[in-house]
Design a protein around this ligand. Structure first.
Ligand code: PGA
Length: 256
């Protein structure tokens, strides 16, 4: 039986009232949640306390979109993994392509963030993905393999079960373009093989999610691909109806 992860990545969207309304709507529309389905909302830090309060009796989980690589100290404007965990958050997205591009995050830096997040008992959703140029130059597999090897280096074996990979082709993020089912299938198979090379047998069970213009129209085709264990969803996670439709689609596949 397949366990699915449907993860909303709100990015830098939603002011206070909109955030509360959205989370209440999602929660009420998804009760009860199938036990083979993990729904996670990764929101701006500032919304985490109100989400924790609103979802205190819910199965919907909460995550952050980043954390600092240091334990604590004089890093104005930053938020540590320990702080995130102390608010009862379970997840953190690391290595998103927007952070790689706009905040110059390297694989080495992302690796440090992953290590400190795991030390603080957060589950890590590690994003990897190729640019359009890289895909057109046939470099996709090389890029993904490099990202995985660097980002996952020195991770204690017992932490492998706290890693989730999100494959997000950069050219598909927020563009309305999705990778074709064939591309997703091929790329997820390649990622699975790299994970097995890096982690040995434990690489077989690491969930691999797809992200990049996933919505309630294409979810039924994408989520049924063999190595797709859910989605990381940006735009379509900002409206309760589309996000809940994606959740329901995944729910329909959990018992297959
Ligand atoms: P999108 O974003 O669904 O809006 O393409 C996905 C992501 O960046 O995680």
């Amino acid at each position: 039986m397949k366990k699915y992860f449907i993860v909303g990545n709100w990015k830098m969207n939603m002011a206070y009232r909109e955030a509360v309304k959205l989370v209440k709507d999602i929660d009420s529309m998804t009760k009860p949640l199938d036990s083979n389905l993990e729904v996670v909302l990764c929101t701006p830090y500032i919304h985490i306390p109100v989400l924790v309060e609103t979802l205190s009796h819910s199965a919907v989980r909460i995550g952050a979109q980043n954390c600092n690589e240091n334990k604590s100290g004089a890093f104005t404007g930053e938020v540590s993994a320990e702080m995130i965990k102390s608010y009862d958050c379970d997840y953190v997205i690391l290595g998103h392509s927007e952070r790689r591009e706009y905040f110059n995050e390297s694989n080495e830096l992302i690796n440090k963030k992953i290590l400190i997040a795991l030390e603080n008992n957060l589950k890590v959703i590690l994003c990897i993905g190729e640019s359009l140029d890289e895909r057109q130059n046939d470099e996709t597999n090389k890029v993904l393999n490099t990202q995985l090897r660097f980002c996952l280096s020195n991770i204690p074996k017992e932490e492998y079960e706290n890693i989730i990979i999100a494959y997000e082709p950069i050219w598909a993020i927020g563009t309305g373009l999705t990778a074709s089912n064939e591309q997703i299938n091929e790329t997820h198979n390649a990622i699975r093989n790299y994970l097995i090379e890096i982690m040995g047998g434990k690489g077989i069970s690491v969930p691999i999610l797809y992200g990049g213009s996933l919505n309630d129209k294409n979810a039924s085709d994408i989520l049924k691909i063999k190595e797709v264990y859910g989605g990381l969803i940006g735009g379509a996670s900002l409206k309760s109806e589309s996000f809940v439709n994606i959740i329901k689609t995944a729910e329909g596949y959990t018992n297959i």
